[in-house]
Design a protein around this ligand. Structure first.
Ligand code: PRT
Ligand code: ZN
Length: 293
């Protein structure tokens, strides 16, 4: 009998592909890049990566072809416009961040959603846009395009577009400006509606916990410093995102203590300057490699 293997659907190539593989490697899963382009094996765990187009991931996971999947929230929301997405999402992964926005030519007047009344809007996200227009009480024609949405106004196909934006460079290069936010997105880990088979449950739980650990430690820092007791409260307040720091006595000193804290966010130089001004000394900021919550 062959051992059952957990399947994780990932984007084969594209903007989420590398970061998905980094997450998987960060979780200690060793990817064996095989001859089979569709399926990569994990050599140290009974797991396979199903490598597909991102548009196929929500359906594959919903149908149970894969137990887990990594996909943009935008793709999930477009696929299941009427579903309860939160029940499908296991965790937000903190990468692939972008926004779906309405954009119009630089010289167009835009005074809010009502400016779109009776207009034509090009997008690859007709379901999300349709819902947004309805919520805003706007009647407009949606022109569905698979790609190159940003050229639609210049080609006189549409008056406005609804497209993903990250840096805004594409809009700028096409003489357009971003206006209303329709959706904020990032990569999410999604799960099949049914629980995994009993013999894969522990692998499933392990993957979810480890992914959570990698995501949590992303950018997180371990801060150590000495603080005079009289300024302790102020110094703790200055440490970004520190939850319940450890306070320890310093040998031979009654006036100061050592403070150790896990910071959920990066610690920048200006924070160190403020800590120093508040009286902190011997400040160390260390990267965190792994974290298990
Ligand atoms: O082949 P496959 O179907 O798998 O991939 P795809 O071509 O459909 O998607 P891909 O690889 O382009 O993007 C995958 C996911 O990355 C998206 O679904 C989003 O969740 C996420 N993402 C993050 C982005 C962007 N940022 C982004 N900037 N997806 C697309 N873009 C586009 C945007 O539409 C614009 O045209 O990139 C262009 C440049 O953006 P600017 O603002 O940085 O200029
Ligand atoms: Zn796609």
């Amino acid at each position: 009998m062959t051992t059952p293997r957990l399947r994780i659907a990932v984007q084969k190539s594209g903007r989420l592909a590398d970061r998905s593989l980094e997450l998987i490697a960060g979780a200690g899963l060793r990817v064996l890049k095989g001859v089979n382009e569709l399926l990569y094996r994990i050599e140290n765990q009974p797991i396979d990566l199903l490598r597909v187009r991102d548009d196929d991931i929500p359906t594959f996971v919903a149908d149970g072809v894969a137990e887990l999947g990594i996909v943009g929230y935008n793709v999930l929301a477009e696929h299941f416009p009427d579903a309860d997405l939160e029940s499908q999402i296991v965790q937000r992964l903190g990468f692939g961040k972008c926004t779906l926005k309405i954009a119009v030519p630089n010289d167009a007047v835009y005074e809010g959603p009502q400016s779109l009344e009776g207009k034509r809007i090009a997008t690859s996200y007709p379901n999300i846009l349709g819902k947004w227009l309805k919520n805003n009480g706007v009647n407009a024609t949606i022109v569905e395009m698979r790609g190159a949405v940003e050229v639609a106004p210049r080609m006189k196909i549409a008056h406005a577009i609804c497209d993903l934006v990250s840096t805004g460079a594409t809009l700028e290069a096409n003489g357009m400006k971003a206006t209303d936010l329709v959706l904020s997105s990032e990569a999410v880990l999604i799960k099949a509606p049914h629980a995994p088979p009993a013999d894969l449950e522990h692998i499933y739980d392990m993957v979810v916990h480890r992914f959570d650990g990698v995501t949590a430690s992303n950018g997180a820092k371990y801060v150590m410093l000495n603080a005079p007791r009289e300024h302790l409260d102020e110094i703790i307040r200055l440490i970004p995102g520190a939850d319940a720091p450890t306070i320890m006595p310093l040998a031979g000193r009654d006036d100061a203590v050592a403070v150790h804290a896990v910071c959920q966010e990066n610690v920048f130089w200006d924070t160190l300057d403020k800590l120093k001004s508040a009286g902190a000394s011997a400040i160390l900021v260390l990267p965190i490699e792994k974290m298990m919550r």
